[in-house]
Ligand binder design. Structure first.
Ligand code: ARG
Length: 264
């Protein structure tokens, strides 16, 4: 049976699944745990987390650079139409910083392969916020255990965007296991999966581009994945798929250094 990736590339919806995941189909409801998929972040908990005005997430990875998903932007080039909001959990509250984009760099590989789903949004000025380090090229040791996911996307499949930043924990899923869900749609060299076998916790539309993080051996957050796609949200048997940062980290860093900012 051929898996259809209908939702891939939808920009502007998506979040952490909450409570009861209502399955649109007749999939075994009993397999869905009645778990709240995420909780509201505390102010300052994820200080490098960015909301982008086109309805995506991102993370501040260099002084003036936000890492997001390629499918959140249309093309490489000068672009002053995106606003990056950083430093607040509640999008309707005052405070925080809102800074315009100057340039977008879209992963050149994305258009041809559909993987390597990353892009950089260069900002007009540097927000005063800490930077999120990204996984180093080849650092596959981070591909294990639990990850933290976050965003202002939909809190249920098909639901609206969240006013508050929400986050949740999801476990690593091996490429072999994820291929059982997605077959050849998955590009394991550049994509990483995470989620519970029973579903219930996931990113969703509008979370795209946001970081999937874990703590490194020194206890510091590091960006391991970029929210990319999935079949529905939080469905049993269908983990979330994330751009695997370690597999294209050098390309990200090369672009950042050529644009003249410092990456961690
Ligand atoms: N493509 C979606 C977006 O643009 C993200 C979907 C993530 N889906 C998932 N089941 N984890 O926001």
């Amino acid at each position: 049976m051929r898996f259809s990736r209908l939702r891939r590339g939808l920009v502007g919806l998506g979040v952490l699944a909450t409570a009861v995941v209502t399955l649109a189909t007749g999939t075994a409801q009993a397999a869905t745990p009645f778990v709240v998929g995420g909780q509201t972040a505390a102010q300052g908990q994820f200080p490098w987390m960015v909301r982008l005005s086109m309805g995506c997430g991102g993370a501040l990875v260099a002084s003036k650079v936000v890492l997001t998903a390629a499918h959140c932007v249309t093309r490489t080039g000068s672009n002053s139409s995106i606003t990056a909001t950083i430093g607040k959990v509640d999008l309707q509250a005052g405070g925080g910083q809102s800074i315009r984009s100057t340039y977008v760099y879209r992963s050149p590989q994305y258009a041809s392969t559909g993987a390597q789903d990353w892009a950089l949004i260069e900002l007009a000025s540097a927000p005063s916020a800490p930077l999120l380090p990204i996984a180093a090229q080849g650092q596959t040791s981070l591909n294990s255990g639990d990850f933290t996911i976050m965003g202002w996307g939909a809190t249920t499949e098909g639901g609206g965007q969240s006013r508050y930043l929400r986050y949740a924990t999801v476990p690593f899923v091996s490429d072999a296991s994820c291929q059982q869900s997605y077959g050849s749609e998955l590009q394991p060299a550049y994509e990483l999966c995470a989620g519970y076998p029973q579903g219930g916790v996931d990113t969703c539309q509008g979370d795209s581009g946001g970081p999937m993080v874990k703590r490194d051996s020194a206890g510091d957050w590091v960006e391991v994945g970029i929210v990319s796609w999935g079949e529905g949200c939080a469905e049993p048997g269908y983990p979330g798929v994330y751009g695997e940062v370690q597999s294209f980290s050098d390309n990200i860093k090369a672009r950042i250094s050529s644009s003249g900012t410092v990456v961690r």
